[in-house]
Design a binder for this molecule. Structure first.
Ligand code: PMP
Length: 303
């Protein structure tokens, strides 16, 4: 198991900075018993200028608020106060390249009733830029993503991740790197912790919003495609459209942009380095360490 903290690690807990080894959570919390909490996955990177920069912090903390409110968890924090707290936690742990995990959770409550308050912590641990040079062997999962009529699927709710864990464990148990899940209509949805794109004839395609988590990396990829003049379409499609496509990738805060080697053992037509998807990967890499303009210009041939 990875080591997320040691005796010196500090986290943010309900307004205070406390040692991770001394922080306490109520074992009677409704969140622990019923998977009823919301969270975020954010990253900070050391920029080319040597500064620590949290990537898209406002977007992440706004999604945390939307997630909490969608689940009727009271939410009382401003994005700015949580961003400030996160920078402080990073500083206290002397981390620049890090993964940041805020969790909003419920107090002791064994019933299904509403709470009058929520609680929050923010943990950080080291995570270097991943750069996605490995390609993934992916299998289409026997698990479907949760039905949006049964869950608030646009919320990053802890309970949804039981589905992610089952799908990922199934794929790994069968010797694959990761799973690709369909939605309840049999259309492609997303990975256990990342959104999906595929490439055909120089165009990218990704599932429309509705049955997936609205990923911040997905939104960034759409913006980058716009800047790079790469045509991209959001639509519903089945996995049959992916077999025989030119390339495919997952994107997410942790995964960044990572290409597929194969889906269900069927390889893609282009080698990753010849794909348009690789340009998106390069542009994303560059964006997270903040010298975006130069790389985008290089790709589109502008001085
Ligand atoms: N889908 C799921 C199910 C996820 O857990 C994640 C990771 N948060 C994503 C997509 C990608 O979202 P983001 O780009 O905001 O990290």
């Amino acid at each position: 198991m990875a080591s997320y903290y040691n005796e010196n690690t500090v986290l943010y807990l309900n307004g205070a900075f406390v040692k991770a080894s001394e922080a306490k959570m109520d074992l009677y919390s409704q969140s622990l018993h019923y998977g009823y909490s919301v969270f975020e996955g954010i990253r900070s990177y050391k920029t080319v200028k040597g500064e620590t920069r949290i990537f898209k912090p406002v977007e992440h903390f706004e999604r945390l608020k939307v997630s909490a409110e969608s689940l009727n968890l009271p939410y009382t924090w401003s994005a700015q106060e949580l961003i400030d707290a996160t920078y402080e936690v990073l500083k206290r742990n002397q981390l620049q390249d890090a993964y940041i995990r805020p969790v909003v959770y419920a107090p002791a409550n064994m019933s299904f009733n509403l709470n009058t308050e929520s609680l929050i912590f923010i943990e950080v641990w080291e995570m270097g830029a991943f750069l996605g040079d490995k390609l993934l062997r992916v299998m289409s999962s026997s698990f479907e993503r949760p039905n949006p009529k049964g869950f608030k699927i646009h919320a990053k709710a802890a309970g949804h991740y039981v589905n992610s864990i089952l799908a990922s464990q199934e794929a790994k148990g069968k010797g694959y790197d990761e799973a690709l899940l369909m939605d309840m209509n049999g259309n492609v949805a997303e990975g256990p912790g990342a959104n999906f794109f595929y490439e055909k004839d120089g165009k990218l395609f990704t599932p429309s919003l509705g049955n997936i988590l609205p990923g911040i990396t997905r939104a960034t990829v759409l913006e980058l495609c716009d800047e790079l003049n790469i045509p991209v379409k959001e639509k519903a499609f089945t996995k049959d459209e992916i077999y025989g496509a030119d390339a495919a990738f997952f994107c997410g805060t942790a995964a960044e942009v990572i290409g597929f080697q194969s889906l269900d053992d069927q390889p893609f037509k282009l080698s990753w380095n010849d794909s348009v998807s690789k340009l998106v990967q390069d542009a994303y890499k560059n964006l997270i360490v903040e010298n975006k303009r130069e790389l985008v210009n290089e790709i589109i041939g502008v001085e």
